[in-house]
Design a protein around this ligand. Structure first.
Ligand code: FE2
Ligand code: FE2
Length: 269
C-alpha cells in the first residue's frame, strides 16, 4: 500500500456562523434565532461549533443579553464576539458571566485541529470598526502560539469594502496590520465577518473573506439601495453560514436561509 493511502484522512470540521441577531426585546428577532438554532440542532451531521459574529443585541441592554443567553443555547460550543450595537460591559457580565470591563473582548478557541481567533473590532460608541493596538498585539501572540492546524479569524467589521453603501462607510478602518498577519501566515485559511447583513464572498489579503448574513434583516448592495430609503429589508427569512473545513484544510461555505414558514417537502403546484 502506498504511504499516502495509509495516511489517515483528516475529519471534516463544520462550523456554523450566525450574525447580527439584534436581540431587541421583540418576539420577532428572538423567534428567528430560535428557528435557526432548531435547524442546526436537527441537522443529521451537527456542527462542531457555532460562532456568532456581533451585533448580538440591538442596543446593548442587559435584558437584550438575557434574551440572547436563552435563545443561543446548544449542546455544542457557542463562541461570540461583539459588534457596534453591543456594549462590552453588558456583553461580559450578561453573556459571558465575566467581571465587567471595557477592554476588547478577544478570544481563541480550538475546534479539533482548527483554531478560531475572534477579534473585537468595535470602538465603543462608534458604528465603524478599528482593531485596538492591544488587539493587534494579542493577534500576533495568538497566531504565533497556535498549532500546526488551520486558523480562521473572525471579527464583526469587514476589513475591506463589500459594495454596500451603508456598511462600507462604517467598515474596519486601518486594516493594514490585520492584512499583514492574514497574508503572512499560510495556516490562516479565511476571515469571517458580520455587520453587512448579507451573505458575501470576497477576498482579503489574498485569503477568502466570508460575510455571514444576519438573522434579523438584509442590507442591500449598491445596486439595490437608495439611502436613506429602502436600505434594510425585513422580509427575507433568517439565514446562516455553514463553513466546511475539509481534509485539505480548505474553507468552503454554504449559506442557508431557514424558512419561518416551515419546510416544503414537495414543489408547490
Ligand atoms: Fe448588524
Ligand atoms: Fe454592525
Amino acid at each position: 500500500m502506498e504511504r499516502s493511502q495509509r495516511r489517515k484522512r483528516l475529519p471534516m470540521i463544520l462550523a456554523a456562523q450566525l450574525s447580527d441577531t439584534h436581540f431587541d426585546l421583540s418576539p420577532r428577532n428572538t423567534e428567528r434565532v430560535e428557528r435557526v438554532m432548531a435547524y442546526l440542532a436537527d441537522l443529521p451531521r451537527r456542527p462542531d461549533v457555532i460562532l456568532v459574529t456581533g451585533d448580538i443585541t440591538d442596543s446593548g441592554k442587559p435584558e437584550q443579553y438575557a434574551e440572547a443567553r436563552l435563545a443561543l443555547r446548544a449542546d455544542i460550543p457557542i463562541h461570540l464576539l461583539p459588534g457596534n450595537h453591543d456594549d462590552r460591559a453588558a456583553f461580559r457580565t450578561e453573556l459571558l458571566g465575566e467581571p465587567t470591563s471595557d477592554a476588547p473582548i478577544n478570544s481563541v478557541h480550538r475546534v479539533g485541529r482548527l483554531t478560531v481567533i475572534m477579534l473585537d473590532s468595535t470602538v465603543p460608541g462608534e458604528p465603524g470598526g478599528l482593531l485596538a493596538g492591544e488587539t493587534c498585539d494579542w493577534l500576533d501572540e495568538t497566531v504565533a502560539a497556535a498549532g500546526d492546524g488551520p486558523i480562521v479569524v473572525a471579527l464583526h467589521h469587514p476589513p475591506r469594502p463589500v459594495a454596500s453603501p451603508v456598511v462600507d462607510v462604517i467598515a474596519l478602518a486601518e486594516p493594514g496590520r490585520l492584512a499583514e498577519v492574514v497574508a503572512g501566515d499560510p495556516r490562516i485559511i479565511g476571515v469571517l465577518t458580520g455587520h453587512a447583513h448579507s451573505p458575501i464572498a470576497t477576498t482579503f489579503a489574498g485569503k477568502p473573506m466570508i460575510t455571514c448574513p444576519s438573522t434579523a434583516s438584509v442590507l442591500g448592495g449598491e445596486w439595490e439601495v437608495t439611502p436613506p430609503h429602502k436600505v434594510m429589508d425585513y422580509a427575507p427569512d433568517p439565514a446562516v453560514a455553514l463553513h466546511v473545513i475539509d481534509e485539505t484544510n480548505t474553507l468552503t461555505t454554504h449559506f442557508r436561509s431557514v424558512p419561518m414558514g416551515g419546510w416544503l417537502a414537495e414543489p408547490p403546484i
